[in-house]
Ligand binder design. Sequence first.
Ligand SMILES: [Zn+2]
Ligand SMILES: [Zn+2]
Length: 132
Amino acid sequence: MSRRIMNTKERASLAAKAKNIKYAKLRRDAYFLSPNICKNCGCPITPSKNQNVCEVNRKVFCNHKCSAEFNNKNRAKKEKATYSCACGNKVAKAGNKCKPCTYRYGSIYENDTKGLLIERRKYGVKKSSNIL
Ligand SMILES: [Zn+2]
Ligand SMILES: [Zn+2]
């Protein structure tokens, strides 16, 4: 009796295994019909023999090299993304002036800006010390 149950259980698990294998194969076949494309090199990302298709399905790159390359490219792009000064020259931050402009305006409004800066600084210190 117990042996028979065991057999049934075994058979059931075997059937489940077979089903799983079948589904895994189906999933695999389905995946191969429309594989993920590597964001870096554009190659289809294919699972290796013992790799789960679900796992590969989440992948965006075919390998670590591509992922690193892509990230490097993106980083370079981000670094390259520059803002331009009113004159059209590129500057690192939005609202920044390019060097020629800084020098130009600096030379024209040197006294004014310096005076304003000192005044603001004074006021800021005064204000914060008052709060404290
Ligand atoms: Zn790739
Ligand atoms: Zn400028």
